[in-house]
Write a protein that binds this ligand. Structure first.
Ligand code: ZN
Length: 133
């Protein structure tokens, strides 16, 4: 069984995965009031609009909180750092921190997005800011 289950986006999530395929972290912006909405929803919670545009995120953010996740049935698998990332645009998303030792992770640390091919699926991941060449 693959370690990553490929995303099966619904119509409200397709933009996000299209962005990932193109190496962009896209955010959904309400065409009615301009609110950024993540995770996506069919209707803007602020103004009720169902019209959306997208904007490319800078990819920069900070760690809001994080955990070390160990696989329940494959204990030999490497543990993953799962984090809540506050993007500088003002929305929060769940991702993994990679290329960093869990002992070096701290709340508020600066991170940036990268895109990695994991078990055949391209995923957005975050690394310490400035760590990418
Ligand atoms: Zn709105």
């Amino acid at each position: 069984m693959p370690k990553v289950i490929p995303p099966a986006p619904d119509p409200d999530e397709q933009y996000f995965w299209d962005g990932v395929a193109g190496g962009e972290l896209l955010l959904r912006r309400c065409a009615g009031c301009g609110r950024l909405q993540h995770p996506p929803s069919p209707m803007c919670p602020q103004c009720g609009s169902v019209d959306w545009t997208t904007q490319q995120a800078s990819g920069r953010g900070t760690v809001h909180s994080w955990i070390v996740s160990r696989h329940p049935t494959d204990p030999d698998d490497a543990a993953r750092v799962v984090a809540l990332i506050d993007l500088e645009e003002g929305v929060r998303l769940v991702s993994n921190l990679t290329d960093v030792d869990a002992a070096d992770v701290a709340n508020e640390m600066a991170v940036e997005v990268t895109f990695r091919e994991i078990d055949g699926t391209r995923l957005p991941q975050f690394v310490p800011a400035g760590a990418q060449q």
